[in-house]
Design a binder for this molecule. Structure first.
Ligand SMILES: Nc1ncnc2c1ncn2[C@@H]1O[C@H](COP(=O)(O)OP(=O)(O)O)[C@@H](O)[C@H]1O
Ligand SMILES: [Mg+2]
Length: 250
């Protein structure tokens, strides 16, 4: 049984068919990339999986439960977590405070000022565990808005981890990063994948990054499923080469 099973999904925006008859199965523990030229429908598929919109037709199952029309909040509770955008994070608060808020929200205790000392201690331990896992301990008391771009993107990942994801969704996790920051993020994602037994689905148009990180790759082109396979299989696929020739994607 696949952890994520997207079947015959289509999405129309008015007359525009952003996605047509897409299928996608992701297994527990996999690192999967969703690759394709600009406008291929990657972010739209991502939005359907995370619950931002419902598909026009088709179904989505997570861990054998149909989630096609569940809200974002319901999906987060079952473990489908998309990285927070930095715009959703309190930039004027420290990394630590942001994570504390996220951990309290995850355990449903943010509205209880009478929190016991034991619960407070448990929250602090969890925040420290997240800081440690993402190598942010040394920056815990810095304001998020003052951090370098690459570190802010790591905070996005740490905030998502606070929601205890089983499936972590990342949309272009290294967009706008320097080579050094990109390498750091790739290492971090590999490490988190192992450490937390995470299944990762990431959207990316940088071929190099995809081949470096993904175990399997699914290619979309112009709203349609084009190909799927290991990096080696994809590199050798003529349909993929044809889709990328004549487009300006990397
Ligand atoms: N909310 C929306 N409303 C209308 N059209 C949209 C919306 N989101 C995406 N689209 C359109 O759907 C197509 C696929 O877009 P998108 O999923 O963002 O592609 P990608 O992420 O692969 O670049 C594009 O033609 C885009 O303009
Ligand atoms: Mg996109």
């Amino acid at each position: 049984m696949s952890l994520l099973n997207v079947q015959n999904v289509s999405k129309k925006f008015g007359q525009l068919a952003a996605l047509s008859d897409i299928h996608l199965k992701v297994e527990q523990g996999e690192i999967r990339a969703l690759l394709g030229p600009n406008g291929a429908g990657k972010t739209t598929l991502f939005n359907l999986i995370s619950g931002m919109f419902a598909p026009t037709t088709g179904s989505i199952h997570f861990d054998a439960v149909e989630i096609t029309r569940q809200s974002v909040e319901q999906r987060v509770r079952t473990g489908i977590v998309r990285t927070f955008q930095i715009t959703e994070i309190f930039k004027e608060l420290s990394v630590y405070e942001n994570l504390r808020i996220a951990v309290e929200a995850d355990s449903g205790i943010s509205l209880r000022p009478w929190l016991s000392a034991a619960r407070k201690h448990a929250v602090r331990r969890r925040v420290e565990e997240l800081l440690d896992a993402t190598h942010l301990s040394g920056k815990a008391y810095r304001e998020v808005g003052e951090l370098a771009h690459g570190d802010q993107r790591v905070v996005e990942v740490a905030m998502a981890l606070a929601m205890s994801p089983r499936l972590l969704l990342l949309d272009e996790p290294t967009a706008g990063m320097s080579d050094h920051e990109t390498e750091h993020m790739v290492q971090l994602l590999r490490q988190l994948h192992q450490e937390f037994d995470l299944t990762i689905l990431f959207v990316e148009h940088d071929m190099h990054l995809v081949f470096n990180l993904a175990e399997r790759i699914t290619i979309l082109d112009n709203g349609r499923w084009l190909a799927e396979g290991t990096p080696q299989e994809i590199a050798a696929d003529e349909r993929v080469q044809a889709a990328y020739l004549g487009s300006n994607a990397a």
